[in-house]
Every structure is written in structure tokens, then in C-alpha cells.
Design a protein around this ligand. Structure first.
Ligand SMILES: CC(C)(COP(=O)(O)OP(=O)(O)OC[C@H]1O[C@@H](n2cnc3c(N)ncnc32)[C@H](O)[C@@H]1OP(=O)(O)O)[C@@H](O)C(=O)NCCC(=O)NCCS
Length: 325
């Protein structure tokens, strides 16, 4: 077998390799719709510089490497997405792609590689260990079965939360936050890496402001995605915020993304309240929704407790690896 790595020659091949690999790793997560997947190439999030490579076995493209070099913060990191089609593993291609990642990290003066693997298959973990990467953080993917929600329980959780949240008002919107809220939402989003557990990963808070948040949302829309967002406001300022994102033409599946409460406003059940309100908001907009998935650090006991109370159940665990170069 001749192993080689070369520059990207076809975006369609990336979809083919990534969708088959994802289905093998996590068959219960619907993969991105092809036309939306292909939009990422021309619509990256702000501050992301991406390099892409194909891996070949005897001239056939069966592996893919994506390297993300953050440009606005986390300047010592490289995000690594590395995959080989299931039928072509253990022939040295993963290692050849990894060697390119190390070489490109040096060219960009980066000190750490970070990437993740799911626990359902041993391949990713054993590969990461074989290159000397260390587990930095364990994430749990939890799923909410929207077809089997306990409506009475949700109503009860909501009214309990409201009792603790006097003086706060809720507002929901789609996409870019309204002008009067966007600075406050950007502040909350910027806190995320400081507030949520990051384990042993070397990672710094994102430098977030209204412009970056707006551009991120515009790039998401250009990729065919719609985000449903809810904030809790105090004196007109958002102090808690959550959002769910789904592909516009994917009716049955969505992702629960960030939920964050300003430290000065914790203890008022605002995390629970914005999540329950936003769930109702997304269900009204997507009546055929069946499942919502979310990732939380295994050590994030508060968020996991809120999710569990709402009906989320653990689906699998992911390790976020770090290799110090
Ligand atoms: C991780 C992945 C890219 C490895 O691709 P690959 O082409 O099989 O990798 P290689 O053949 O170069 O394997 C390199 C070493 O990893 C280790 N390894 C990989 N899979 C293994 C397995 N199933 N059992 C034992 N060791 C394994 C071995 O040490 C192997 O060397 P060896 O074959 O000489 O013993 C592939 O399994 C994959 O696509 N997994 C899903 C995506 C993923 O998890 N990527 C992120 C990893 S952090």
C-alpha cells in the first residue's frame, strides 16, 4: 500500500469521507445535508483559518485532515479533525495525516494540537494515545427525545424556576441578536471558555464582541443553519442566554449550544428558565423536531443536572485530546 497526503482537490470527496466516518462513529446523529456541508468552505466563521488535506492509499482518497488555526485568540492552538474511512484503517494513513498536522503546526508557530474522539469505537482513542496525546477533557453527549417530553414536568420546572427569577424578563429571537441586546450577548458568549470547565486543555476565552458575534451568525446562516435564541433580561440587559441551532432543511434534529448565566445573576434558575423557554420556541418553529443533542463537560454538574431534569439522557462520551508539541 502506498500512503500519501496531498492538497484538497475536491470538496465533494470531503463530504463523502466525513459523512461515512461520522455515520460509522455515531449512527444516531444525522450528518449535515450535502449542500449545507459544502457551504462551509466559502463561509467560515470569523477568525478561522483552515487548511485541508486528502489522504490516499494507492492513489485512492480515503482520508481527510482539517486544521483550524484560530486567528483572533488561542494563537498557540491548532484544532485537528483527522479521519480515515473505516475499511482503510490500520495501514498508516492516519499517522501520515498526523505528521502533516505536526509539520503545519510548526509552520504556523503553534504549540498544541487538539482533537476529539468518541468512546463508541476504540480507534480514535488508541490512535490518539499512539501519538502521545493526553486526554484533556471528557464531554458527555446527551440527547433529548422531543417525541417523549414530559410536558407536565417541564411546566412544573418552569413555574418553579419563575418563582426564583422575579424581576427578569425573557426574550426570544432568531439569528443575529437585536441591536439592544447584541453587546450583552457577546459579553456572555465571550465568558464561555472562562466559565465552562476546560479540564487540562490549554484554551483561553474567545475575544468576542458584537461584530464577531454578528459575523459568526451571518456565516452560520450562509451555511444553511438557523439559530433559535432566548435571553433573560435584567434592567434591559441580557444576563442569561441559550441557543439551539438546526439546519433549515433538517426538520427532525437540532443541537443545543451554549447556555450561560452571568456570575452575578446565578442562583435564580435562569439557566433552566431560558432553556425551557427556548425549547418551546424551537418546537413552535420546527414542529417535526424529534431529537436535540448537546455536549457538556462531564465535570459540569450544574448544566448536566439541568439537562437531566428536562429529560436529556447521556448518549456517549467524547475525549478531547491535546498533544503538546
Ligand atoms: C483515528 C484514525 C484517523 C486512525 O487512522 P488509521 O489510518 O487507522 O491510523 P494508522 O493506521 O496510522 O494507525 C496509527 C496507530 O494508531 C494506533 N491504532 C489506531 N487504531 C487502532 C486500533 N483499532 N487498535 C489498536 N491500535 C490502534 C496503532 O498504534 C496504530 O499503529 P499500528 O497500526 O502500527 O499498530 C481513524 O481510526 C479514524 O478515522 N477514526 C475516527 C475519527 C477519529 O476519531 N479521529 C480523531 C482521532 S483523535
Amino acid at each position: 500500500m502506498r500512503v500519501s497526503v496531498g492538497p484538497l482537490t475536491s470538496r465533494e470527496i470531503v463530504f463523502d469521507i466525513a459523512s461515512v466516518t461520522a455515520h460509522h462513529d455515531c449512527p444516531d446523529i444525522p450528518f449535515s445535508i450535502r449542500k449545507n456541508f459544502l457551504k462551509i468552505f466559502d463561509n467560515p466563521p470569523p477568525g478561522s483559518l483552515v487548511e485541508r488535506y486528502l489522504g490516499y492509499l494507492d492513489g485512492e482518497p480515503v482520508g481527510y485532515l482539517e486544521l483550524d488555526f484560530p486567528q483572533l485568540d488561542n494563537l498557540e492552538l491548532v484544532g485537528v479533525d483527522l479521519m480515515v474511512l473505516p475499511g482503510h484503517r490500520r495501514q498508516g494513513l492516519g499517522r501520515a495525516l498526523y505528521d502533516v498536522a505536526v509539520e503545519r503546526a510548526a509552520a504556523h508557530d503553534r504549540k498544541y494540537l487538539q482533537g476529539s474522539s468518541v468512546d463508541r469505537h476504540p480507534d480514535g482513542k488508541l490512535f490518539a494515545e499512539s501519538v502521545g496525546a493526553k486526554p484533556g477533557l471528557t464531554d458527555i453527549r446527551s440527547r433529548l427525545d422531543v417525541t417523549a417530553l414530559d410536558e407536565a414536568l417541564l411546566a412544573e420546572l418552569r413555574s418553579e424556576a419563575e418563582k426564583h427569577a422575579e424581576g427578569y424578563t425573557l426574550r426570544s429571537w432568531v439569528g443575529v441578536p437585536p441591536d439592544d441586546l447584541i453587546d450583552g450577548v457577546a459579553y456572555l458568549e465571550g465568558r464561555l471558555n472562562a466559565d465552562a470547565p476546560t479540564g487540562d486543555l490549554v484554551i483561553e476565552p474567545e475575544k468576542m464582541d458584537a461584530d464577531r458575534l454578528r459575523q459568526g451568525e451571518q456565516s452560520r446562516q450562509a451555511r444553511g443553519r438557523v439559530s433559535y435564541q432566548t435571553g433573560a433580561l435584567h434592567d434591559g440587559r441580557p444576563v442569561a442566554w441559550t441557543w439551539i441551532v438546526a439546519e433549515a432543511d433538517q426538520p427532525v434534529h437540532a443541537w443545543q449550544s451554549t447556555t450561560i448565566v452571568d456570575p452575578d445573576h446565578r442562583g435564580h434558575r435562569l439557566g433552566m428558565l431560558v432553556k425551557i423557554e427556548n425549547l418551546a420556541y424551537v418546537r413552535a418553529a420546527k414542529p417535526r423536531l424529534e431529537a436535540i443533542d448537546t455536549f457538556n463537560a462531564a465535570s459540569n454538574t450544574y448544566m448536566l443536572k439541568v439537562n437531566r431534569a428536562m429529560g436529556f439522557r447521556a448518549a456517549d462520551a467524547w475525549i478531547e485530546w491535546q498533544k503538546d508539541l
